[in-house]
Design a protein around this ligand. Structure first.
Ligand code: AVI
Length: 323
């Protein structure tokens, strides 16, 4: 590929070029999840320091009955934004089924293989549960759902603190968009990581085994592989910051010495000063009050929070206003 073929640049190439051309360099964390990145993310989730996964699993275990109550016994579509391996959702599914709920499971994910693995698992465990996945990005999938004529209640799950990978302003934009695809009475159940002891947050993104560092550096490997880059990974360091005022945890990659990086597939090069950071991720933390404000700003009625025992995490239940 050459620069004269810019119209054929992939979304990944375009995003990398745009991000590295900015004065404050950045790369989007949405590109972390190639197959190696997805493996590393699983390892992060099993690290004791990465409290988010277990905190949300605890919430799913104890909130299922109350969430089902909020449906008032109506049949519903259980729609999951970004299904991954669906481990936590299975905690809800088994409790919903035990309570006699009538629902279909509609996970949305970009990855066909993740959806097919999940489908096999669901079929094996609950052969009679209607499994109806949508392979698309969130908005395309919601659009498809929106134009379908069914009138069933929708219960949308947005787990894993994925909303934290947007800035607060972007998060409101994203949730407003979700709101626009829903109907009065529909429910949204979103996982938010909470503001807490900064040492606990920093440890979650700085695990001693080095999985988080490897996860972030893997993005440079992906650029090397897909865009013909020549990043030397041992010349880059992972650095995490957490601002307890704004609640933003940010991940950076910094070169230990000056570098000129060539991306041969797109015929571009970028010069870096020593220690010039590239921001690769934001993982935003909130207070309960801030989350209630976001519900309001994005057009939902806030119903309630479900927190884990340590108050590290909440899944917040909102409803599209019925009046
Ligand atoms: C997917 N997302 C919510 C994770 C987070 O906590 O921001 C991604 C992650 N990055 C480093 N560790 C985990």
């Amino acid at each position: 590929m050459t620069v004269s073929q810019t119209s054929t640049l992939s979304a990944f190439a375009q995003d990398v070029l745009d991000g590295l051309s900015q004065e404050k360099r950045r790369l989007s964390s949405k590109w972390f999840y190639d197959s190696r990145g997805s493996e590393l993310f699983k390892q992060i989730m099993s690290c004791p320091e990465y409290y988010l996964t277990e905190a949300e699993a605890e919430i799913y275990r104890h909130s299922a009955a109350s969430l089902y109550e909020a449906t008032e016994g109506q049949p519903f579509d259980l729609i999951e934004l970004g299904a991954g391996d669906g481990t936590k959702t299975q905690l809800l599914i088994e409790r919903f089924l035990a309570a006699g709920a009538q629902f279909t499971y509609r996970p949305i994910d970009l990855s066909a293989s993740a959806l097919s693995d999940l489908g096999k698992l669901i079929k094996l465990r609950w052969p009679r549960l209607e499994f109806n996945p949508i392979q698309a990005d969130y908005f395309e999938a919601l659009d498809r759902l929106g134009s379908s004529t069914g009138s069933r209640l929708r219960v949308v799950l947005f787990p894993g603190a994925n909303i934290g990978n947007f800035s607060p302003t972007e998060a409101i934009g994203m949730l407003r968009n979700v709101r626009n695809f829903l109907r009065p009475g529909d429910l949204l159940f979103t996982g938010f990581d909470l503001k807490k002891d900064p040492a606990v947050v920093l440890a979650a993104y700085n695990d001693p085994a080095g999985y988080t560092a490897a996860f972030n550096l893997n993005l440079l490997s992906r650029i090397n592989r897909e865009l013909g880059g020549d990043f030397k990974l041992d010349c880059w360091r992972h650095w995490e910051t957490y601002d307890p005022v704004t609640g933003a945890a940010r991940s950076f990659l910094l070169p230990i010495e000056p570098q000129t990086i060539v991306l041969s597939e797109v015929q571009r090069s970028f010069q870096f000063r020593a220690w010039e950071p590239i921001q690769v991720e934001i993982s935003q933390k909130y207070t309960l009050r801030e989350i209630e404000g976001i519900a309001d700003a994005s057009g939902f009625d806030f119903l309630r929070h479900y927190c884990d025992g340590r108050a590290y995490f909440t899944d917040s239940l909102w409803q599209v206003p019925t009046r």
